[in-house]
Structure formats: structure tokens, C-alpha cells
Design a protein around this ligand. Sequence first.
Ligand SMILES: C[S@@+](CC[C@H](N)C(=O)[O-])C[C@H]1O[C@@H](n2cnc3c(N)ncnc32)[C@H](O)[C@@H]1O
Length: 207
Amino acid sequence: MWPSVLTVNELHEAAYILDLLDEVGSVSARPDGPSLDVGSKNGSNLPAFAAFAPGRWDLVEVDAHRRYLSLSTRRAHGERVARAFPGARYVAGSVLDLVGPYATITWILPFVDPVPHAAWGLPSRLYEPETLLTHVRDLLLPGGTLIVVNQGEAERDLQRSLFDQCKMRVRLVGKVRSPLTPFRRPRYAWRWDKPTSGVHSFHVDET
Ligand SMILES: C[S@@+](CC[C@H](N)C(=O)[O-])C[C@H]1O[C@@H](n2cnc3c(N)ncnc32)[C@H](O)[C@@H]1O
């Protein structure tokens, strides 16, 4: 049913996202609970997320009222995609407003650098990467999985520092190579399986 809710370009990007998530590894042993995607734009990657981790999904986007040339909004598109997946919700707001908890969280291209944040037209008061990461960390259920994807080496390195600041021992899965990618710049994936003890370790572990 992907073609019924996605444009051709969106469908190709969603297929790439599913391929990318597949490289990060399975979340089939996750605890019971819904999943969350942070910074979902117009929700067009939901079909990929739902194929990767079946169950209820929340999509949250702070810039949900951005309008297309068609005069439709990201939110309208996201709500239409969400209706095709039982229990899915498109939430127009900040992830900081969510209380969770979630069993799986995906975060594709978080703003870890103020330059792209401003280039996307967001006000500087919303640039608070450490606060966001701390909150997302705390939204995750013990035993749950956080997957973060960055674009380019510079953002990857900024992300590593953020994980350190948030005292998260996170595994760098590495450069994600997919023949389906529509993007030129390399992407890097991280995976954090939240300890069940609730203790965060201090080092970032690269493989
Ligand atoms: C670089 S874009 C990535 C969008 C999408 N995940 C993708 O892969 O194309 C980052 C997105 O995060 C959203 N965002 C930034 N701060 C947010 C917040 N506090 N809560 C929810 N979304 C946020 C932005 O509006 C933007 O749509």
C-alpha cells in the first residue's frame, strides 16, 4: 500500500530508509510499547518505520505547519499517512512535549549543528541539541533501542560529543551504504540499546 500514501520520490526514500534501518540491526526483542520517530517532516517515512518495527508509531515534528506549493502542509500529509497505519499518530509539536515511554526511537538527521538548523528556517530558541538528546534518552524504555543517523563526518563527530555529554555509551554502526540512497553525502548510523539497569556509561564505543 506504500504507493497509495506516498509520492514516487517519497516511496524511493522510504525504501532507502528501510534498507538503512536493516543495516542497523533488528529490534525484534524490544520491550512492549509504541515507537517514536523524531523530526518526522511530513511522515513519509512511516511505512519504512512500520515495516522495520511493527506496532504503534508516533511521529513528532515541531515544524509541522510548513506549507507546500500545493498549499497543503506537512501535518496534513503526515496525518494522511498515519491514518493508513493502525494506532499511528502524527504529532505537531516538540518532542520535548512527549512523555513516552517508547520501545524504539528513530531520529534521522537531528540538528546537531546550528547552521543547518537555521537554514531549515527554525528559530534559534529551538536549537538545543543536548536538551533534546537527554529528553529522548529518557523517553526510551529500558531495553529499548535508539537509532540516530547523521549526514557527513562533521555531524557524526558532533553527535559523538553529544552522546558523551549525555553519558550514553553508543555504538557507531558506521557508514550506511545502500544502493537505494537518493543522497550524495555519506550517512552514519548509531545504535543505543538502553541498559535495563538504568545506568548510563560514560564512553562512546566505536566498532
Ligand atoms: C534535518 S531535518 C530531518 C527530517 C527527517 N527526519 C529526514 O530524515 O528527512 C530535522 C527535522 O527535525 C525537526 N525538529 C527540530 N527540532 C525538533 C523538536 N524539538 N521536536 C520535533 N521535531 C524537531 C525539524 O523541524 C526538521 O523537520
